[in-house]
Design a protein around this ligand. Structure first.
Ligand SMILES: Nc1ncnc2c1ncn2[C@@H]1O[C@H](COP(=O)(O)OP(=O)(O)OP(=O)(O)O)[C@@H](O)[C@H]1O
Length: 288
């Protein structure tokens, strides 16, 4: 595990600020009278890695916004450690599709700002800049510390946003297709980093992806949505492969291929049902 990740974790441990369990109870949500999410029930345990999968528009991003308190449900509630909450979660890191960076700050400054929240006054300016550089190194952006988001490619911004999320040392990480704009090598390297912090530091991760392979490699459980609106949970499926997983061996195994086909079958069932109702939705690739 990279030393810089352990550093922020030690500070968090001393603050004893960790949250344990987050629950969605009968959550429903509407935009301008259109029901987007319906009756979502989900309990996420401390240290769990949950992936959310579903067709575009099924409400995955909306569920992340509800869980983090950035949006409020029409009905139902979010509970943190069994206490109902309407506030933005204080101990969470989010990586949304829009990269969540402040455009007027450099990559380094974005991370320093995030770390100031956790580290309070325990580190000098110079130490924070050094740590920020290490976080950026971790995501292969050591060369871009002084770059502004506007000067970076989509993939670079995504990596900077991931570095920023890691630097918070938050117990809960919400990630909305964070690896979408990355090349395959960087994608695997970052998947491994997120898996490490999840496993070694028991950080809870809720991760949206369209990629069945990625969902299986990362998750303890996969939450599958029906095509919206309104999006509902179609099934919650336990991933039957022990962690840590050997990516190469796993992907080549018959069990993996069978399981991936099962995931795609559940996904496509929902999509075909929707198509029968004459609505336009895209079926998932490899499973059909
Ligand atoms: N700010 C908004 N105003 C109005 N409608 C919205 C808004 N944000 C999302 N929606 C609608 O809510 C529905 C669900 O959107 P959401 O982004 O949660 O889906 P998603 O499953 O994350 O999709 P994708 O996989 O494409 O990111 C969509 O029909 C979308 O048009």
């Amino acid at each position: 595990m990279a030393k810089v990740i352990q550093e922020v974790y030690k500070v968090r441990e001393k603050q004893n600020a960790f949250q344990t369990k987050i629950e969605a109870k009968s959550l429903s949500f509407s935009y301008e009278g259109v029901e987007i999410l319906q009756d979502i029930n989900l309990t996420i345990k401390k240290g769990e890695f949950i992936t959310l999968m579903g067709p575009s528009g099924s409400g995955k991003s909306t569920l992340l916004r509800l869980l983090t308190g950035l949006a409020q449900p029409k009905s139902g509630e979010v509970l943190v450690d069994s206490v109902s909450t309407k506030k933005a979660l204080p101990d969470s890191a989010v990586v949304f599709q829009d990269y969540s960076l402040f455009p007027w700050l450099t990559a380094e400054e974005n991370i320093i700002l995030a770390m100031k929240r956790t580290m309070k006054k325990s580190k000098s300016k110079k130490e924070l800049a050094h740590l920020a550089g290490q976080y950026l190194e971790l995501v292969q952006l050591g060369h871009a510390v002084k770059k502004y988001p506007g000067e970076m490619s989509g993939g670079m911004r995504q990596r900077a946003a991931i570095a920023r999320a890691l630097s918070l040392g938050a117990d809960l990480m919400f990630m909305d297709e964070p690896f979408g704009a990355l090349d395959p090598v960087t994608r695997i390297q970052l998947q491994d980093i997120i898996l490490q912090v999840n496993r070694d530091q028991q950080r809870t991760v809720v991760f949206v992806t369209h990629d069945a392979e990625e969902a299986i490699i990362l998750a303890d459980r996969i939450v599958m949505f029906t095509p919206g609106p309104p999006g509902k949970i179609a099934e919650i499926i336990d991933v039957p492969f022990k962690k840590p997983r050997d990516r190469k061996m796993l992907i080549e195994s018959q069990e993996f291929i069978k399981f991936r086909n099962e995931i795609l079958r559940v996904m496509n069932n929902g999509i075909f049902k929707k198509l029968e109702q004459n609505e336009t939705v895209q079926p998932y690739g490899a499973g059909i």
